[in-house]
Design a protein around this ligand. Structure first.
Ligand code: ATR
Length: 274
């Protein structure tokens, strides 16, 4: 039985063990996936202990994604851009001798897969992304790779959004600014701020959405977030971040096991349990 885990702090409420157990059961794969709360001051120590005990790979969540990035020997292109890693793989040749660590970030591709699953057209779309923290940095490359007409990053601290736009400028039509610079309409608005956690909403103009627009919140919960309720009142299709969670997990699972699980039944299971 190959061993995997998710590292976080706290990690008790992580849905990753249930998701990966469901994936493995679906394809009759045999893996052991647990949750490990690494100490805040020694993520690397926890990781190497796990490897020494035969661990094959791991997911990494808050607050260790940047530290995981720093301990990798090799990084995917998108992880290097994101400056963060959510998927660790121990060298694949012979786990007993090859302890090289490969890092990837699957959050962005997870978001893109979830949007496509919902039929959202990204090519030529006018996209607005709210927020400029780690969550947003992690999704910009896969979004730009879809060839949107434009991508505006808007943030409470305008300078952070401007810096992000500069960092990704070579990949496509991207601009950054404060919320006051938001000038619609947009076909897709993605909320990557943490305002939903506080039941809050960034200040946004009323005419934000184009016809047939989609509003996506990276957060999720048993009830729609304030942002999604606000968007629904203005006629947008609304999607919460539970699908992104399952899709990023599926991409990690694929990297480890070489097979793609069907995400739909797993998403349904999680939705029922919210
Ligand atoms: P994460 O890793 O989840 O992205 P983060 O890096 O702390 O977390 O980023 C949080 C994001 O939510 C930031 O874009 C932050 O805006 P600032 O850069 O101006 O801090 C945004 N955010 C948090 N609280 C907010 C609020 N009350 N109103 C608007 N934006 C908020």
């Amino acid at each position: 039985t190959d061993r995997y885990c998710v590292f976080g702090h706290p990690v008790g409420h992580s849905k990753s063990p249930a998701i990966h157990a469901a994936f493995a059961a679906q394809i009759r794969d045999d893996i052991d996936y647990t949750a490990i709360e690494a100490p805040l001051d020694d993520f690397a120590g926890a990781w190497w202990r796990f490897v020494a005990e035969g661990g094959h790979g791991a997911n990494v969540t808050v607050p260790f994604k940047e530290e995981a990035f720093r301990l990798c020997d090799t990084l995917s292109k998108r992880a290097r851009r994101a400056g963060a890693v959510n998927t660790l793989i121990v060298g694949s040749n012979d786990a007993s001798t090859d302890r090289k660590v490969y890092g990837d970030t699957t959050d962005g591709i997870g978001l893109v897969h979830d949007l496509k699953r919902h039929g959202v057209e990204l090519a030529e779309a006018r996209i607005l992304v709210l927020g400029a923290g780690g969550a947003v940095r992690g999704v910009l490359e896969p979004l730009l790779a879809e060839g949107p007409a434009s991508l505006l990053v808007a943030n409470r601290t305008a300078a952070k959004a401007e810096a992000l736009a500069t960092d990704f400028r070579d990949l496509g039509e991207i601009a950054g600014g404060g919320f006051e610079a938001v000038d619609g309409p947009f076909d897709l608005v993605i909320n990557g701020t943490s305002t939903s956690l506080a039941g809050d909403l960034p200040p946004l103009p009323d005419d934000l959405f184009a016809r047939d627009a989609t509003a996506y919140d990276m957060m999720y919960g048993p009830e729609p977030t304030v942002f999604l309720r606000w968007a629904a009142e203005r006629g947008a299709q609304t999607i919460d971040g539970l699908g992104m969670l399952v899709e990023q997990a599926a991409e990690s699972f694929f990297q480890w096991r070489g097979r793609r699980p069907d995400t739909a039944p797993v998403l349904e299971m999680l939705r029922q349990a919210l």
